[in-house]
Each structure stands twice: as structure tokens, then as C-alpha cells.
Design a protein around this ligand. Structure first.
Ligand code: FES
Length: 170
């Protein structure tokens, strides 16, 4: 775990680089509302920890933001953009909600499962991909769509999908 020491005084919880980035978010809010920075803070810590959040990291963040640990867990467990167990290098989030379902998301999921030889919720043996279905990602006009890491890919076909994955495999 890079740069995170998860016990000790508040200023020692994270390294200087992480503290600087957390503090830049804290500076956007009144001092008594530090918990308002919880979502960007979770993004920073997740990126520093190979894409997922451990309980120890969330506990340390709760101390850093002066908020109850349970409140950090509530946020981290509510959003599918946060992962609470190790994940692959690339996160493949396929929307299977109504617009995407009506426009072929089942075919997209089946193609990914076959190509990667894993099911939904699983990670490839080489640790490269984690495949998941997610609820509406707010890009219904581009259905069927999926999110790969931080990027949206819309109007998917199996051919288009193969090209995208070929690019990631380079
Ligand atoms: S239903 Fe898929 S993005 Fe909205």
C-alpha cells in the first residue's frame, strides 16, 4: 500500500503527497464540514491502493476527516465506483439497466464473459480485468454503454468492444 500508514497521529496517517491532495479538497469546505470531502478523498485513496479500499484505509480516512467510520463505509458501499476488495487493473462496468438492456447489453455481457472467460463480479486470472454489471450510468442516449475505468464507451457493438479491448491489451 503506497504511502499509507494506517495508525498513528492524524498527520502520519498518509504520506505528504496524499495529505496535500486531501487537504486541497478540505480547503474547499468550511473547517467544520470536513466530511464533505469524503467522496474525492475516497477516489484519491482508492487510486493509491490499486483500485480498492480496505477497512483500514476507510478507518484512517474517518480519523483524517473527523467523521464516524460508519459514515465513510456508508458512502463507500453505496457507490459502485468504489471497490472494497482487490480488483483487476481495468474495471469493466457494463450498464444493464433498462435503456441498455433494450439495446443489447445482454449481448455485450455475454461477449465479455466469453472473451475474458469470467462471469459478472469476477476478475481474470491474470489480474487484468474485473467485470461487473452496474445500474444506469446516466448515458442512456448512448445505449448500450459501459464504463472502462474512468471512460464511457457508448453505442457498443461486439465489434466495437473488441477494438476497445484490443487497445487495452496492447
Ligand atoms: S440505462 Fe444504461 S446508461 Fe442509462
Amino acid at each position: 500500500m503506497t504511502g499509507m500508514q494506517l495508525t498513528g497521529p492524524k498527520q502520519q496517517l498518509f504520506n505528504a503527497d496524499i495529505r496535500q491532495r486531501l487537504d486541497s479538497w478540505l480547503a474547499k469546505y468550511p473547517a467544520w464540514q470536513s466530511q464533505s470531502a469524503v467522496i474525492p478523498a475516497l477516489h484519491i485513496l482508492q487510486a493509491e491502493n490499486n483500485g480498492w479500499l480496505s477497512e483500514a484505509i476507510m478507518d484512517a480516512l474517518s480519523v483524517y476527516l473527523d467523521m464516524p467510520a460508519i459514515s465513510v463505509y456508508e458512502v463507500a458501499t453505496f457507490y459502485t465506483m468504489f471497490d472494497l476488495k482487490p480488483v483487476g487493473k481495468h474495471k469493466l462496468n457494463v450498464c444493464t439497466n433498462i435503456s441498455c438492456l433494450l439495446n443489447g447489453s445482454e449481448e455485450i455481457v455475454a461477449h465479455l464473459e466469453q472473451r475474458l472467460n469470467i462471469g459478472l463480479g469476477e476478475t481474470t486470472q491474470d489480474g487484468k480485468y474485473t467485470l461487473r454489471q452496474v445500474e444506469c450510468l446516466g448515458a442512456c442516449c448512448g445505449a448500450p454503454m459501459m464504463q472502462i475505468d474512468r471512460d464511457y464507451h457508448e453505442n457498443l457493438t461486439t465489434e466495437k468492444l473488441d477494438k476497445i479491448l484490443d487497445g487495452l491489451d496492447q
